[in-house]
Unconditional design. Structure first.
Length: 551
């Protein structure tokens, strides 16, 4: 059984009372299913399985993703299967086997969402347990989950690990340079080290160098989209997009979120957010994103990842989103929340080292390769500061390089103070990167400080860049006006736009196209903070309701 602190274990594996079971028994459309001793209710990798509540007998949950089967837990009367990925339709992470003749109630996602509404106490118990189980699996040293096998010097290996890490998937990385058993592991599937990178899910799934979309389809986070007209489509799954999805879905709008790479956006890779209201001890961007995703699923929003939007066009009053593979989505209203990405360093050779020493996020996935090394972080904003503090726990020394006169010009005071009091962080102001070298991996970075003729060369395997921001707006048509830096314009000044065709003034977050709104980092003039992005996403839904009344 999974080892866990008693308090967390009690939340993860509760037993519903007889009164609660009696209440559940009154639920409409309740399905009773019986299984014989040893019969499998579901297997690792199965899709669209119910959540089973044990009425009699028992269900043993077994991890079959590793080299040998391991029992995770045994559920008895009043206990239930599942973990939080089940809410999104992800494939089963484990196998469930009946121990003794077993009776269960089988709940679909729709059944559980209804239970959350009509029996909130029971629903909250189930939801809290599903969330806690994912935490237990993530923290367990015994659960294998997906396996990513490849070289740390391979760009494709990095791409796969980065995609999984940013989407907070449960996986184990097997480094072919470090793991002495890698040949034996690969031989099990008839493969050799030169066949890597490989993604494996127990014996059920073996993918050779899969695309992000293929991984997502195979594990179930990318779901087929309904060919229907949505009330509200959101392009972008960062804080603003997720906030909008939660509020819209909770208020009855048929909502879809289309995210190009990973839910959480840039904030999702932040290792510590300390100035977000209500979390005085801070939380990670991943925790914030995970909670928001669960809330969105709880209210029935559809999230599809990765789903890049290639183009936007209009059919009368409707927005038509063209996706990869020729698929289209039609919506009555639209929120542009596609965010922005950090600019690339204008240094020769930088692109060649991306994923092999140059990174645009600092997460545990990258941090493990910083141990005992000197690392360079470029940027003077909060993201760079958070990365510096986080990586200082792993690296021998962190060099924080910024072009400004001081960090105080663009970084929160609490972060500046923390950086100044962290002994292994050196701040190099009025400094920029002018060169980088290496073979299969970054090895050296050249730095130049204003007013000094000499160039400082730093031996480092890792450089993290957090400079500027380029908005994701290349998919937008001319009807959606942008400013000189390509951020989306919103608000009443657009009433004079040639694309504004109705008599009323645009709403605060409305673009030059009625019914199309923008929020978060992609919006011109937005405050680049998580709290403001969440606020804008929530506020946009009110304007959506007002717009839909006009249709």
């Amino acid at each position: 059984m999974v080892e866990a602190p008693a308090e967390l274990s009690a939340v993860a594996f509760p037993t519903l009372s007889e009164e609660e079971l009696a209440e559940i028994a009154e639920c409409p459309k309740l399905v009773l299913r019986r299984f014989r001793d040893g019969e499998r209710l579901f297997e690792t990798g199965d899709a669209d399985i119910p959540l089973f509540i044990v009425v009699s007998g028992a269900i043993e949950i077994i991890d079959e993703t590793g080299d040998a089967p391991k029992t995770i837990v045994v559920h008895h009367r009043g206990q239930f299967t599942g973990e939080v990925g089940w809410l999104s339709g992800a494939r089963a992470l484990a196998t469930g086997i009946a121990r003794g003749d077993t009776e269960t109630w089988a709940f679909t996602q729709a059944n559980v969402r209804e239970l959350l509404i009509v029996s909130p106490k029971i629903g909250d118990t189930i939801l809290s347990a599903l969330i806690a189980r994912r935490q237990l699996l993530r923290e367990s040293h015994e659960f294998t989950g997906l396996r990513v096998i490849g070289s740390r010097f391979s760009r494709d290996t990095f791409r796969i690990r980065d995609f999984m890490s940013r989407n907070r998937l449960l996986f184990t990385y097997v480094d072919i340079e470090e793991n002495p058993d890698v040949a034996k592991i690969l031989e099990h599937w008839g493969l050799k080290p030169e066949d890597t990178p490989v993604v494996a899910f127990g014996c059920k799934l073996v993918l050779r160098n899969p695309s992000d979309a293929e991984i997502a389809r195979q594990i179930g986070i990318k779901r087929p989209l309904d060919q229907t007209v949505y009330d509200f489509a959101v392009v972008g799954g960062g804080p603003s997009g997720l906030a909008a999805a939660v509020y819209a879905a909770s208020e009855g709008l048929k909502t879809v979120v289309l995210e190009r790479s990973a839910t959480g956006g840039q904030a999702g890779s932040s290792m510590r957010i300390e100035n977000y209201l209500g979390f005085p001890t801070g939380l990670t961007g991943a925790e914030l994103a995970d909670r928001a995703v669960v809330q969105a699923h709880k209210f029935g929003a559809v999230l599809s990842v990765p789903t890049p939007v290639l183009r936007l066009r209009f059919d009368n009053a409707y927005s038509v989103l063209e996706l990869e593979g020729g698929e289209t989505i039609t919506a009555k209203s639209l929120l542009i929340a596609s965010g922005a990405q950090y600019r690339k360093l204008a240094v020769e050779g930088c692109e060649a080292f991306e994923g092999r020493g140059v990174f645009y996020a600092a997460t545990p996935s990258e941090a493990q390769f910083c141990r005992g090394a000197d690392v360079v972080i470029v940027g003077g904003g909060n993201s760079a500061g958070q990365a510096a503090v986080f990586l200082s726990e792993y690296a021998r020394k962190v060099l924080l390089v910024c072009r400004g006169e001081s960090l105080a010009q663009s970084m929160s005071a609490y972060l500046v103070h923390r950086i100044e009091t962290t002994p292994n962080i050196d701040v190099l102001t009025r400094t920029e990167v002018v060169g980088m070298r290496g073979d299969s991996q970054l090895a050296e970075v050249d730095l130049r400080t204003a007013g000094m003729e000499s160039i400082r060369t730093v031996k480092t395997p890792m450089l993290f860049s957090f400079i500027g921001a380029t908005p994701h707006t290349d998919w937008l048509p001319a009807e959606v006006e942008r400013d000189e830096r390509q951020f989306v314009r919103t608000g009443q000044t657009l009433a004079s736009s040639p694309h504004w065709k109705i008599k009323r003034q645009p709403f605060l977050l409305e673009t030059s196209r009625p019914g199309v709104f923008a929020a978060g980092d992609v919006r011109s003039g937005s405050v680049k903070r998580v709290a403001s992005a969440v606020g804008e996403g929530a506020m946009a839904v009110q304007f959506v309701h007002e717009y839909l009344k006009e249709m």
